[in-house]
Design a protein. Structure first.
Lengths: 195, 289
């Protein structure tokens, strides 16, 4: 239960950072279709944050703020870099950070959690994970479509690749949105896990 | 990204043209002046289908709604970003309750839908995006560094105006026999009542123990209300283009006395505008001689 509560606290922290920056970016992007999509997705992630906020007390964490925290300092560095772009000419960088790096990492972590928790005792978390995943997958697709519509030249492609690589390195150092073990360790043996 | 995003940096594509709001206020064409005959009143007057310029007036109003929705989306989004979540009430320490941010995120979604609706309605009415100019006063109100003043100025004053405008357009759609317009405006009106109620609730909650701050917020609202009465554009006169929607404002947390004050503010704005137009006309007449 402690592990589930810790992860849920990490999730809430990440969802908050994401809905805040999507909201903040709305005024900074000139593309009208992107502006509207960011506004819509802003609410999706705020709602996920609210789901996790309400789940924490049910996991014996009566002070939700205590566990609303980043997994580690490296994740803070990743979020700082992801939320940095502001200029109207940086829409590609903004979308790459949200839709090619962070949201896929969230999908992976949520799916791992979904597949590895108790379907009986942790059913409320599973229900919230399924709601969140439905949004994440839809938003991921929207984001990818927006990016593909914006990337029209070699230079723009390179910008997307460079920014993704930079952010991916930072997220690798963090170990994922819930820190090392965000999606378990697929190469650890059963014996190692219980050593 | 910065914590405060100035209005001059607001990002738009090439279709949009900005006109300072002061230019609009000083444009005598927006005023109605009675020259003694009710049939020869100059200016826009009440929006009804029998007006010769009704289609263009409705298209212009619809475009104004559209750019207002974009700015409302941007303003709510900035409130999600500009303040930290904490135990503070946003004064001194820029902290707001978690639930306030959730409300602003919800408003982002609503405003994004309103933009989409407005785009489709504009197309339905034969308008191209950018055909009319944009002023950015709504977003300017959303730049107030005090979250209480920001929500009061935007959610109570400007979203309150949106209630009046949507109700007017909804009635126009009904009278004009345009069920598409009436349907869309009715749904957007429901959202606006929710947004104004958010402003009313947060104003009361965050200033429950701070009456001076509550009064500052209400004063800011009165300033915004007066500016957006646009020389009598919104009011309770028979020929006010946009009518005060008292019933819906009541649902959104407005008290009767507040609405009386608002009606008075609108009357004052109209008298001031008419005096300004008369002065301009006299000056032109004098110089002509």
């Amino acid at each position: 239960m402690e592990e589930s509560a810790r992860r849920v606290g990490n999730y809430k922290w990440v969802e908050m950072r994401l809905f805040e920056v999507l909201g903040g970016w709305v005024a900074t992007v000139p593309e009208l279709d992107v502006k509207l999509r960011l506004g819509t997705h802003c609410y999706h992630h705020a709602w996920h944050a609210e789901l996790w906020h309400k789940r924490l007390p049910e996991l014996r964490e009566m002070n939700p703020e205590r566990l609303t925290a980043p997994a580690n300092d490296e994740l803070v560095s990743f979020i700082d870099a992801m939320t940095e772009p502001e200029g109207p000419d940086l829409t590609i960088e903004k979308l790459v950070g949200a839709y090619r790096v962070l949201i896929p990492a969230k999908i992976a972590a949520y799916t791992y959690h979904l597949n590895n928790t108790s379907t009986i005792t942790d059913a409320p978390t599973i229900r919230s994970l399924k709601f969140a995943l439905a949004d994440e997958l839809d938003d991921w697709r929207d984001g990818e479509m927006m990016l593909q519509s914006l990337i029209e030249t070699e230079d723009e492609l390179q910008r997307a690749i460079d920014h993704q690589a930079k952010l991916q390195r930072l997220l690798l150092a963090a170990g994922g949105i819930a820190g090392p073990g965000s999606i378990g360790d697929s190469y650890a043996t059963h014996e190692e896990n219980h050593a | 990204m910065r914590k405060a995003f100035p209005v001059e940096d607001l990002a738009r594509d090439a279709r949009f043209v900005r006109v300072p709001i002061t230019d609009r206020f000083n444009d005598p064409r927006t005023a109605r002046v009675d020259d003694g005959s009710s049939k020869t009143k100059r200016g826009p007057g009440r929006l009804t289908p029998d007006r010769p310029d009704a289609p263009d007036a409705a298209r212009a109003l619809m475009h104004g709604i559209f750019v207002g929705e974009i700015q409302a989306l941007e303003g709510a989004g900035r409130t999600c970003w500009d303040f930290e979540v904490g135990a503070g009430n946003g004064e001194g320490v820029q902290e707001v309750p978690f639930e306030l941010k959730l409300d602003m995120a919800r408003q982002c979604w609503d405003e994004a839908r309103h933009c989409e609706i407005s785009i489709k309605l504009s197309d339905h009415m034969g308008t191209e995006l950018g055909e009319f100019s944009e002023n950015t006063f709504l977003y300017e109100a959303a730049c107030n560094p005090d979250p209480v003043l920001r929500l009061t100025g935007v959610n109570r004053a400007l979203e309150g105006l949106a209630i009046d405008v949507f109700n007017t357009m909804r009635e126009f759609g009904d009278i004009a026999g345009d069920p598409v317009l009436e349907f869309c405006e009715d749904w957007m009106l429901a959202d606006e009542v929710t947004h104004v109620k958010m402003g009313s609730d947060w104003l009361r909650r965050l200033t429950a123990n701070d009456k001076p701050r509550q009064e500052r917020a209400l004063e800011f609202q009165r300033v915004v209300d007066k500016l957006f009465s646009l020389g009598g554009f919104r009011g309770e006169e028979d020929d006010s283009p946009v009518r005060l929607a008292r019933r819906f404002r009541e649902l959104a947390g407005f008290e009767e006395a507040e609405m009386d004050t608002l009606a008075e503010i609108a009357r004052e704005a109209r008298v001031e505008m008419e005096a300004r137009v008369e002065a301009n006309r006299a000056a032109v007449g004098t110089s002509a001689h």
